[in-house]
Design a protein around this ligand. Structure first.
Ligand SMILES: [Zn+2]
Length: 413
């Protein structure tokens, strides 16, 4: 009974917390008046706030439906016994337990993909188009979906096959090998993502704008960092949302700008943003986060190992009759149902890093006014919420709300 309670409560609380805080977020934005934000006085006109209110409301309505369908589906598949029946079916019809479980996982993933596909279509072709963001065509949408499916089949299938092989080979120590495999896989992704995966979806070309390029090079030199390439990618064909990032490691460091960003911001503003991104690199935030994620993965796998050998847990969910790999998959779902409690400390840490990178940008460029103006422009152009509810932002915002960043940057000396 205790395990059922933990599982159901974990799943329901996660969905309900998100639902309630999103409602609070909408109400908070509606009630926010200009007098509440001295720092952003006259920046956001009432018409803008109305538009962002509509945008968020529309996005949330779809995500509410999606979240509750997800919750219902997981509970239905587990409590109708379908999960166990499917596992028994596949292991009975496919001789190799490894292959049987790969097909089992692939089958469930495909069904989930088909169920949630209409939501991606609605988002890309109705919501984002209605608010003037999406520029994607049906052809690009289909091609990108096919590429993503093939990639998840190769990468996801590959890592799962490896973990299942460890489970079959090392009865007691598989979790250590699986942990090593997940860690190496994440490291490999950092290395291959910019060079092999991202170019599958977007075209990357060197930035030609001379003034912008010179400013970025001077700033990077100031930050004592060697950048091998400054690239821009063609997201204009997909969306009008904009972004910039710093990627790669060792000698392969790249700065990537969305072409939409170059249209929206001045070279000084882009340099301010990039100095912030380089700040994350110089202050090793990416590696600290990587270490924390690795510890969470290792602890999660250790817990899975302990639970899969716990008779009372197995009895509670009728798992003794299924293969050990099925137990592993189920326990992973079980552990995942309450892992969201780590969300608050993780976003808190991430927001501390964001302030630290803002400070770095100020120190390297010598001023914060360009970073401030770029943050305001990006908030406006992306219809982002400048006044999120404190509870919502503390749970789900990896970046501090705009008003806090502007206040922080204005006070830097
Ligand atoms: Zn950042």
């Amino acid at each position: 009974m205790l395990f059922h309670l933990i599982f159901i409560l974990g799943m329901v609380l996660e969905t309900c917390l998100e639902f309630i805080t999103k409602i609070l977020n909408i109400l908070h934005l509606k009630n926010t008046s200009q007098k509440q934000n001295r720092e952003l006085k006259n920046v956001f006109k009432t018409s803008y706030l109305k538009k962002i209110h509509n945008y968020i409301k529309t996005k949330y309505s779809y995500s509410f439906i999606k979240d509750f369908i997800s919750l219902g589906l997981i509970l239905l598949v587990i409590y109708s016994g379908l999960f166990i029946k499917l596992s028994i079916y596949f292991t009975a019809h496919i001789k190799s337990p490894l292959l049987a479980h790969l097909v089992f996982i692939g089958f469930i993933s495909l069904i989930l993909y088909i169920i949630f596909l209409p939501f991606s279509i609605i988002n890309a072709f109705l919501v984002e188009k209605k608010f003037g963001f999406s520029t994607i065509t049906i052809k690009i949408f289909i091609m990108d979906n096919i590429k993503a499916l093939i990639l998840s089949l190769i990468l996801g299938g590959g890592i799962m096959a490896l973990v299942f092989a460890f489970i079959l080979k090392f009865k007691n120590t598989w979790w250590l090998f699986a942990w090593g495999a997940f860690t190496l896989f994440s490291l490999l992704m950092i290395k291959i993502y910019p060079t092999f995966i991202a170019p599958l979806f977007n075209k990357f070309v060197p930035v030609q704008e001379k003034k912008l390029k010179n400013k970025i090079i001077a700033m990077a030199k100031n930050a004592d960092i060697s950048v091998s390439m400054i690239l821009k990618n063609d997201v204009t064909k997909l969306t009008k949302h904009s972004n910039a990032y710093f990627t790669g490691m060792c000698k392969n460091k790249q700065i990537v700008l969305f072409d939409t960003l170059i249209e929206q911001l001045s070279p000084d503003e882009i340099t301010g943003i990039l100095a912030h991104e380089i700040g994350h690199y110089k202050k090793h935030h990416i590696w600290y986060m990587f270490i924390i994620q690795t510890i969470i993965t290792g602890s999660g796998l250790f817990l899975v190992k302990q639970f899969t050998a716990l008779p009372v847990f197995l009895q509670a969910f009728n798992l003794p009759e299924v293969h050990y790999i099925t137990r592993f998959i189920f326990t992973l779902i079980f552990i995942n149902s309450f892992l969201w409690v780590l969300q608050y400390p993780l976003t808190l840490l991430s927001r501390i890093y964001e302030f630290s990178a803002d400070k770095f940008s100020f120190q390297i460029t010598g001023k914060s006014k360009f970073l401030i103006s770029s943050l305001i422009k990006l908030t406006k152009d992306n219809l982002a919420n400048p006044y999120p509810h404190p509870l919502y932002s503390s749970l789900y915002y990896s970046h501090p709300p705009l008003i806090e960043r502007v206040k922080y940057l204005k006070n830097l000396k």
